[in-house]
Design a protein around this ligand. Structure first.
Ligand code: SOE
Length: 380
């Protein structure tokens, strides 16, 4: 079977999730191209060597540029903090490599647009790892909406709430530094909520945004014996916005990492002329469906167990009711990516989605500054 050689840059949370996907994909999703876990990159040789052994990579590299330029590498997978996405995508495109990039695509709209142009010029395939589109219940909801089962969409509600930054003693990690992360909840998890809204409902027309930082400084994650230096948090803890969509619907998107009790509460609700849908990642194998066309004395939300072979992706796994989890969404994404390579097609979501998402984040930041509604200005 022909192989496609992967270089992965990054070996922490997303690096582990992507590694698991490359390892598992061909056990469950047969295909012509076999992903070969060739080289994993990280600055700390000891740590990345341990990660290679644990995650199943053949070689290690401490200089990502060397890995990107290797003639035997076909795909570069970027699972790093956001400030590195731009140089890595530009280098990978220049070297003629296909690219998988973690979200959000970039830290600014200008960078995202430049990265899109680079992969277009290089003629390489590009995928943006918005893995939540690959949840069977989300893909099934998208199918129901496209079939018109909820009719004209009036209202879209999206929220991605977490609680891992609620403790003021949580250290000042890279995600809290605008120079590295680009933004806080807005880009980290708000970008997921934006992508779901675009994928399920419509492109955004205009937004009225609000960004808040509640815990304004935190201790650096230094070794315990060193004096606990403290630094300023330069990103939002909480990012919310009202939205007007191009399809005429109205909506609200919320994101925060200080919502106690919400571990990974990524949800959406859609309200249309013929029905409604509701989804919650913490119950990711279920979709709530309300059919407004049913007789009034028997209609109400029903819970669909999205675990039937007929549902997207499910047939590759287990019998009905034997549920799947977070890590499966990355396997689905890599299966779709390999399938796109095999068919010489562009995977979804890709860098066009990345630029459109970034344009929404950019409008929210402009609106939070101006205090007014701002149009989404997308360069594509
Ligand atoms: C942290 O908010 C995070 O790891 C996100 O960066 C991921 O995209 C999300 O899937 C889980 O939470």
């Amino acid at each position: 079977m022909p192989t496609v050689n992967i270089a992965l840059i990054g070996y922490k949370f997303m690096g582990r999730a992507h590694s698991n996907a490359y390892r598992q994909v061909r056990h469950f999703f047969p295909g012509k191209l076999e992903p070969r876990m060739k080289v994993i990159c990280g600055r700390d040789r000891e740590a990345v060597t341990a990660a290679a052994r644990k995650l199943g990579w053949e070689e290690v590299e401490t200089d990502w540029r060397r890995a990107v330029e290797r003639k035997d590498i076909d795909v570069v997978d970027i699972s790093t903090p956001g400030n590195l996405h731009r140089p890595m995508v530009l280098a990978a495109a220049h070297a003629g490599k296909h690219v998988v990039c973690e979200k959000p695509l970039a830290n600014t709209l200008a960078d995202a647009y430049e990265m899109l142009r680079a992969v277009e010029r290089a003629g390489v395939k590009h995928m943006l790892m918005h893995n939540y589109r690959k949840i069977p219940a989300v893909a099934f909801a998208r199918k129901l909406v496209q079939e018109g089962r909820i009719g004209t969409v009036y209202h879209y509600r999206g929220a991605y709430l977490q609680s891992w930054l609620l403790d003021p003693k949580f250290p000042l990690l890279w995600r809290l530094d605008r120079k590295l992360a680009g933004s806080g909840a807005l880009g980290d998890i708000g970008s997921h909520a934006c992508d779901l809204a675009r994928c399920l409902n419509s492109e955004f027309e205009s937004v009225a945004g609000q960004l808040t930082t509640f815990i304004k400084e935190r201790a650096y994650p230094e070794a315990p014996r060193q004096a606990k230096r403290r630094g300023r948090v330069t990103v939002d803890d909480d990012a919310n916005f009202l939205a007007r969509f191009r399809n005429g619907s109205a909506g609200v998107i919320e994101s925060s990492r200080l919502c106690g009790g919400r571990l990974n509460y990524n949800m959406f609700e859609m309200y249309g002329s013929r029905g409604s849908l509701a989804f919650n990642l913490e119950r990711m194998n279920e979709l709530q469906f309300f059919d407004a066309t049913e007789a009034a004395d028997r209609r109400g939300y029903r819970t669909i167990s999205v675990t039937q072979a007929a549902h997207p992706y499910v047939g590759a796994w287990w019998p009905p009711g034997h549920i799947i989890g977070y890590e499966h969404t990355f396997v689905h994404a890599i299966a779709d990516f390999l399938s796109a390579l095999e068919r010489d097609r562009l995977p979804e979501p890709n860098f066009y989605d990345g630029v459109r998402n970034q344009a929404v984040l950019d409008a929210v930041e402009r609106s939070a500054q101006s205090g007014r509604w701002e149009k989404v200005k997308c360069p594509i």
